[in-house]
Design a protein around this ligand. Structure first.
Ligand code: ADP
Ligand code: ZN
Length: 658
């Protein structure tokens, strides 16, 4: 008989092989391909395809390796995201297969222990609605909307507990790294070692072993970042997507550019189970889905114990005499520390200073490849300090004299988290607020400070245990942390939350500001938020809305409607990259013409990408805008289209449109 086989890391959907064994779809087999032997998944057991020089399946490794439902999910992804099945499997399956003897033994299932707070009234309603769907064993998707600190996590825990009591299993998706350790602890506290966490510090081998253990049903609760959505889990009953608006659910670099939130909902549909998406700032599309009946809205209106939302004060830095940390913010930091409370300081820019300039001739140090300013990163050892390109990671040496005019002495301009850290330490010393010389009261959390394994956990622990008093950092500090002693949040520069122009800018700003502000006043004491900005009018409007997502949503939806953008339409972004500038534009224009012939779709471009040149590549993009009922699957011919001398990337439902 002949079988169709999908093979990870290939640009096609499947190849056809013959076999004497009785294979079925979902079986894991080894097949020869171009002088190599690779593993593949049978996707069709009665292939009718005629192929010349057909090869033979080499070995059956495991029957029923991927269950039918998941295979259907993978196929859906290939169609929806305009990718090949081979590309989907590359992201969905472990990079190598594990043989039986390599697996780890594990005692299955620890007993449950429920030591939980009693749900309040609104949590009770949410829990009972979700339980209803769980009991009925049917597909249902809920959007659990609740401001930070309203008890969403507690609702997840209760629902998972219900699932476990009926011998089902649960999958919890969380944004990348940031909040995993603390959320994981809360799940572990409740369900002990019945929880498997896929965290970023696992080695490939550990990850592979865990994948297999989960597939064998050795854990009841699985927590992990976006790619966890692909893992086979027996008797799966619920998928929870925490912070469903988070950008890390979108695959940004490889094909297919899927969004794990949307894949999770489709998986729930295919497996006939429950999906719960939670957020304090739902993506506009998700909230819209509750209005058109795709999701059911569950609303947690109040913070636990009716803790008030923090008071927000806007500081006009045009009026301030000191740069970066205004006297007002300085005074508030002092008061807070004297009250023995904690502080979070937010600045969305890492490094010491964002640019190095010559005051004499105006020269700015730029990346020779990307042509964007290089960021100064300071190191304790002076010779280790360097300039770094945040786009391509190019490193350059620091010079003190301007290479262009040879006269000026180069100056750092602006501040990143490293510089603010120095400044805070200086303020603490001047005001005699530090206790010992060795241990700083300030901890910094950004991509540089957590690069080493285990650092993230250490930083969070130091702050949680109160050894550090100020947590300073980039967007990483805005994630769902629950520190009860934080009563002050300081936003150093609200104007650089976004540096990219996009139709989602308004939404993004709203999300980040809400998340940061939500870190303040989560315990018994009331919180405060100080916002420094050059555009006070603009921010007072935004902050006025922070207490009121519904109002923000209405306004934003109106804008989307006028622009005819999602959720009213669907966007597909095509990006071309190549070293030969002229050629890239030529190829892009060819694609534009091809698409234009399709009709019923609006095609925009080709345009320069915001980052027009990264390393050696020039980048241009085309946007396709179609109505929601347009069968965009017919654009799948693009997956096999090969432009000359450049690569093509297709992004369905892109988050970034530039
Ligand atoms: P969210 O996930 O919406 O930010 P959490 O579930 O983390 O909210 O709840 C905020 C805080 O309130 C946590 O410390 C949590 O343990 C506590 N909490 C949640 N629900 C209750 C409840 N019903 N009674 C008492 N405390 C609760
Ligand atoms: Zn660069």
């Amino acid at each position: 008989m002949k079988v169709d086989v999908a093979i990870p890391r290939t640009k096609f959907d499947f190849l056809t092989y013959f076999t004497e064994e009785n294979l079925a779809s979902g079986d894991l087999i080894m097949v020869p391909i171009r002088n190599k032997v690779k593993y593949g998944i049978v996707i069709n057991k009665n292939s009718q395809r005629e192929v010349a020089g057909i090869k033979k399946v080499q070995e059956l490794v495991e029957k029923n390796f991927i269950p039918d439902n998941l295979l259907r999910l993978y196929k859906w992804m290939a169609e929806y995201y305009l990718a090949s099945l081979g590309e989907v499997l590359r992201l969905a399956l472990p990079s190598k297969i594990l043989r039986k003897y390599e697996m780890v033994e594990r005692q299955v299932r620890a007993p449950l222990l429920a030591k939980a707070p009693k749900p309040n009234y609104q949590q009770g309603i949410a829990i009972s609605k979700i339980s209803g769907a769980l009991q009925a064993n049917r597909y249902a998707a809920f959007l659990l909307y609740g401001i930070t600190g309203s008890g969403k996590t507690e609702v997840y825990l209760r629902c998972v507990e219900k699932v476990l009591r009926t011998d089902g299993r649960a999958l919890v998706l969380v944004p990348e790294i940031s909040m995993t350790p603390l959320l994981f602890e809360r799940f572990e506290e409740r369900f002990h070692d019945d929880v498997a966490t896929i965290h970023s510090t696992l080695t490939d081998k550990e990850r592979r072993r865990l994948w297999y253990a989960i597939k064998e049903g050795k854990y009841s609760v699985v927590i992990g970042p976006r790619s966890t959505v692909f893992i086979p889990i027996p008797d799966l009953k619920i998928i929870i997507v925490d912070e469903e608006h988070d950008q890390s659910y979108k695959e940004h670099t490889r094909m297919p550019h899927y969004n794990a939130r949307d894949v999770a909902v489709t998986r729930s549909k295919l497996e006939n189970i429950v999906a719960v998406l939670g957020s304090a700032t739902p993506q506009i599309e998700s909230y819209h889905n509750t209005e058109i009946g795709k999701y059911e809205l569950l609303d947690l209106k109040e913070r636990i114990d009716a803790r008030p939302l923090p008071e927000i004060e806007i500081i006009d830095i045009r009026q301030e005499t000191k740069p970066y940390i205004s006297p007002k913010m300085e005074a508030q930091i002092e008061t807070t520390l004297k009250n023995n409370e904690q502080i979070i300081i937010f600045l969305n820019r890492r490094g010491f200073a964002p640019s190095l300039i010559c005051p004499h001739c105006g020269y700015t140090a730029k990346c020779p490849f990307c042509n964007l300013p290089l960021v100064y990163h300071k190191s304790e050892k002076k010779e280790k300090s360097s300039l770094s390109c945040h786009i391509c990671s190019h490193q350059a040496r620091i010079r003190s004299i301007c290479p262009k005019c040879g006269r000026g002495t180069l100056l750092y301009r602006g501040a990143g988290t490293q510089r603010i850290e120095e400044l805070l330490n200086k303020i603490l010393r001047e005001k005699e607020l530090t206790t010992s010389k060795e241990e700083s009261l300030v901890v910094r959390l950004d991509r540089d400070s957590v690069r080493r394994k285990g650092r993230l956990q250490t930083i969070l622990k130091t702050f949680e245990q109160g050894k550090a008093k100020i947590l300073l950092g980039t967007q990483l500090v805005t994630k769902g942390f629950d520190f009860h002693d934080v009563t002050l949040v300081g936003i150093v520069n609200a104007d650089i939350i976004l540096h990219l122009p996009d139709f989602r800018s308004g939404e993004r700003t709203f999300q980040v500001l809400t998340q940061v502000a939500g870190r303040s006043g989560r315990g018994k004491k009331a919180g405060k938020v100080l916002v420094q900005t050059y555009h006070p009018e603009q921010y007072s409007t935004i902050f006025g809305q922070l207490q009121d997502y519904a109002r923000f949503y209405e306004q934003e939806l109106q804008v989307r409607k006028e622009l005819d953008f999602p959720p009213f339409t669907r966007l597909i972004l095509i990006r071309l990259k190549g070293e030969d500038e002229e050629n890239v534009w030529g190829e892009a224009k060819k694609i534009y013409r091809m698409l234009n012939e399709l009709g019923k779709a609006e095609i925009f471009g080709p345009n320069r990408s915001f980052y027009y040149k990264i390393r050696k590549d020039y980048r241009v993009f085309i946007i396709i805008k179609v109505r929601k009922d347009y069968p965009h699957r017919k654009l799948r011919f693009l997956t096999n289209y090969k432009p000359t001398k450049c690569s093509i990337e297709i992004d369905v439902d892109p988050l970034d449109v530039f």
